[in-house]
Write a protein that binds this ligand. Sequence first.
Ligand code: PMP
Length: 419
Amino acid sequence: MTELAMSEQSDLWRAARAQFPILDQRVCGRPLVYLDNAATTQMPLCVLDAVKEHYLTANANVHRATHELSGRSTCAFEAARQRVARFIGARFPEEVIFTRGTTDSLNMLAQAFAAQRGAGFSALVSMLEHHSNFVPWQQAALRAGGSFGVAPLDERGDVDLEALERLLQEKPAGIVSVAHVSNVLGTVSPLERIVELAHGHGWLVSVDAAQSIRHERIDVAALDCDFLSFSGHKALGPTGIGVLYGKRELLQELPPVAFGGEMVDMVRVAGTTFEDVPLRFEAGTPNYVGAIGLAAALDYLESLGGEAVREREHELVKYAEQRLEGVADVQILGSPLRRAGVVSFAVEDVHPFDIATLMDKMGVAIRAGSQCAQPLLEEVYGVNSVARISPAFYNTFAEVDAAADALERVVRMCRMAQR
Ligand code: PMP
């Protein structure tokens, strides 16, 4: 038996798969092969159960009332904060701010940073970025009258570190915000080196961990990054919940940008004072049930063994890359030094939407489009759309085979139609 087949059959992955009954269905008459995990992951039963259990037994608004249910809800919400802090290696739970997702985290950070620095605002991103880690910084710079720079990539699709260092030297020191893992090329950025370079030139570092939260080990204290953002729904958790991590001393200096209940200390006609972190950044009723679901998801990921999950996802994506390389006319985007999570590809003279639509008819769910990364696609690769396959640990090697076979058929069909 091959090594692949052995891992296929391991009890761990079979039991894991059973946690995701949504995958056990037919689409267009074919068994569903869900390979769009970079867009969103599915929720295991244990997360759905945790959410249901909370609604059934403990639901009440947090932090506000003195009654029993509110106490239970508040405890579960704050325990979720501690869970997230442990998962990402934060020193203190109050370094974890609950947001609506990565996009919300990065907008909040960019706006707070702009409010703090004014015309002295300076932000640097890379050409790899998702729009969520590009546009908030670009727009904040425009509004503040500050500076916005973009580090180029090398020919493989890795951030050009020499060019990044030149920008760090030339521009006024501010904040560098980079993706840990690109949602298009799968590039894993060398964060240790980027943090070292940025700090060496007096810059802060924000990490977009939307993709890496499942694929890479994250330890914010060891990495010494200043901020980090991710979404629950890409880590087996519910939608509408996300995290902004920040070093406590930095968060304490940042002004809040959303105002309302929960985040205030004293409100008078003459003025308002604010709560300490994290509450000052959580205006209004937080998505406490989302946070509880996210904590259950992180528990589950750890129960599988974080390293085992990461290894399996790396094996699956490596296998997907090999299989796609074998399909005639398929061009894989980028060849980064290290790839995680996704393989994006194009087929000459076939629109990615046609590929994804036809593959869907064969039961295979993949993504096609700009992947929310127009600067990368249009300005680096000169295309406006690509197709993308993104496996998760609950997928099987046989599903990757099914996707590659479906793609082969699609390319053949399109070539025949073009004759
Ligand atoms: N950054 C990256 C690298 C992403 O892949 C995504 C989601 N595709 C985001 C940011 C935005 O995440 P969300 O839509 O959950 O806010």
